[in-house]
Design a protein around this ligand. Structure first.
Ligand code: URA
Length: 239
């Protein structure tokens, strides 16, 4: 919640002092009620009319990086009352995740209320890299890796060129750790790509989103992005 005069001024309609004057003069309505009290707090969902005209609100932008735990959904609310990624971040503004991680996937997840940056980051045209570490069934071969890089058909459409390498082979447990970097964000893409080479995923973690990692954050912990990081994300997405 923010003070009404701040929200009016932030929208660029007028200065904060002028906004206070308008409120005192009874020229401001919130959700159909005339407001003349200066301290009144409003939310960005409230409908504000100034001089009878709808105010186009501009909210401060916030940016978070969450180290998403397993067993958490990447939506704002869940019909089965499961924990959502938003439960980890005490933020009053309406933020939303940049793309999705599956319920059982862990690792780097960005959350923001900046729709422009979100669109830039998730559009495949902008080639923003996402790096995953997957523990898969079976022993992955060099040819499998080449196939992952060249592209795998998912639902009749080939995936774009990717980067892949074997991080570790464990003959004893018959599993392989694969690092896979993709620029798209199709539904369950990493799991489907690995299934496409007959090595189903056992565990999946997003290690990197562009240049950002979850270094220093325990599972479930989050931090705000710095101004420098936000600028770098814009420039990475607009390269
Ligand atoms: N690809 C997947 O299959 N799952 C994720 O959570 C992210 C990418």
């Amino acid at each position: 919640m923010e003070r009404l005069q701040k929200v009016i001024a932030q929208s660029g309609f007028c200065s904060r002092r002028k906004a206070e004057k308008l409120i005192l003069e009874g020229k401001v309505c919130v959700n159909g009620t005339k407001i003349t009290q200066l301290g009144t707090k409003v939310s960005y969902d409230d409908v504000i009319l100034v001089n009878g005209k709808l105010l186009e609100k501009k909210e401060d932008k916030v940016y978070y990086l969450l180290n998403k735990p397993r067993g958490v959904v990447t939506t704002s609310s869940d019909e089965h009352q499961r924990k959502t990624v938003l439960d980890f971040i005490p933020e009053e503004k309406r933020i939303y995740p940049v793309g999705r991680l599956d319920y059982d996937t862990t690792g780097v997840l960005l959350l923001t209320n900046d729709g422009e940056l979100t669109n830039l980051l998730i559009h495949p045209r902008n080639h923003v890299e996402k790096t995953y570490i997957a523990k898969v069934e079976g022993l992955v071969s060099k040819i499998d890796i080449e196939n992952l890089c060249k592209g795998i058909f998912i639902d009749g459409k080939k995936t774009a060129r990717a980067k892949a390498r074997i991080k570790k082979i464990d003959k004893k447990s018959n599993t392989t750790l694969v690092e896979l970097t993709i620029c798209e964000g199709r539904n369950h893409q990493v799991k489907k790509m690995l299934e496409g080479i007959n090595h189903p995923v056992i565990k999946l973690k997003r290690e990197k989103f562009s240049f950002l990692t979850a270094a220093g954050l325990k599972s479930g912990e989050y931090r705000r992005l710095t101004v420098k990081e936000v600028k770098k994300l814009y420039s990475e997405a607009q390269k």
